[in-house]
Design a binder for this molecule. Structure first.
Ligand SMILES: Cc1cc2nc3c(=O)[nH]c(=O)nc-3n(C[C@H](O)[C@H](O)[C@H](O)COP(=O)(O)OP(=O)(O)OC[C@H]3O[C@@H](n4cnc5c(N)ncnc54)[C@H](O)[C@@H]3O)c2cc1C
Length: 278
């Protein structure tokens, strides 16, 4: 099981991982502005969103007037000012009425940081029900360099890849052995043959073997979040002190968000900037 270095497509993958790879390619073709690859196997897509700038203004105006806006084209200076005023003064709930659904394929170590954001919801690929994605994060030369100094050398990177490959190989080999023994035990009548549905023997093997999978392994999830919480995510994860790998995803998500919601992005940036100067 060998994996090519860095940005090249890995060549050892299982059929299930290849399907994910194909799906990523298809999504990037079908939704080019809102679906992007990141690193050697990463991916992010803004699949859907609900509400817009007008939704926020209309929600806030329930307190004051029956006047409603259809969309951004109806916005005048008064509406722009109200949007800014609400955000800068922490009138938060109108901003909770706009929602985003993202598909994210990222290494587990990135997702572990991502999941610290609690005001949102996640639905993740299960290594209990499926075998792991056979792709792991490979830092490119830039990611291994700080201020022009190569912190992790090419040789070290190769040793890392070898180790990661061997862990993935370990999983595949051990799981194949379990399956062979289960097939034999079913054939001899030692255990009951499970027709369809979840096979508890195979599931138990996956539950245990996934412990050998490193946090560099890619996982796949849906992330649903409202704008108020997304703004907090951008403020924290696009900052220079956030780890490079999650920052790349956050920056990519931000570009998609800005393309779809230019006024909201502009207002948000102004407020984040003002808060950082206080
Ligand atoms: C650069 C960086 C370094 C970090 N380092 C570490 C680290 O070393 N160790 C570590 O454990 N985490 C670390 N974190 C994670 C960080 O502490 C937050 O958990 C994470 O960024 C999520 O932010 P949040 O709580 O604002 O977001 P969310 O969980 O989405 O919460 C949004 C907002 O809701 C409110 N809220 C949510 N839950 C509660 C609650 N229980 N009580 C009161 N108010 C609540 C808060 O106002 C919060 O800002 C780091 C984050 C960054 C960006």
């Amino acid at each position: 099981m060998a994996q090519k270095s860095n940005q090249e497509e890995p060549d050892f993958q299982t059929d299930a991982t290849k399907q994910i790879q194909d799906e990523i390619n298809t999504r990037c073709e079908l939704n080019p502005d809102f679906a992007k690859r990141i690193g050697n196997f990463g991916f992010i897509e803004l699949e859907d969103s609900w509400g817009d700038e007008a939704t926020i203004i209309n929600t806030a105006r329930i307190s004051t007037t029956n006047h409603r806006l259809e969309n951004l084209a109806d916005f005048g200076d008064k509406d722009r000012n109200l949007l800014y005023h609400l955000l800068s003064h922490n009138h938060g709930t109108p901003f909770e009425t706009v929602h985003f659904r993202w598909r994210i394929i990222a290494p587990i170590f990135v997702l572990r940081q991502w999941m610290r954001h609690r005001i949102c919801s996640f639905n993740e690929f299960s290594q209990r029900y499926r075998m792991p994605i056979t792709a792991f994060f490979i830092p490119d030369a830039e990611a291994r360099t700080v201020d022009g100094f190569k912190v992790i050398t090419d040789e070290q990177s190769q040793r890392y890849e070898k180790l990661m490959n061997s862990l993935h190989e370990f999983y595949q080999t051990e799981y194949a052995e379990v399956c062979q023994r289960l097939d034999a035990a079913e054939a001899s009548g030692e255990i009951k043959k499970i027709a369809g549905g979840r096979n508890p023997y195979r599931a138990r093997a996956r539950e245990l073997l996934r412990n050998a999978m490193p946090v560099s392994t890619y996982s796949d999830l849906y992330w649903t979040i409202n704008f108020r919480s997304l703004m907090n995510f951008f403020a924290l994860r696009r900052k220079s002190d956030a780890q490079n790998e999650i920052r790349q995803f956050a920056d990519c998500a931000y570009k998609m968000f800005e393309l779809r919601f230019p006024l909201l992005a502009e207002t948000m940036n102004r407020v984040i900037e003002e808060r950082s100067q206080k």
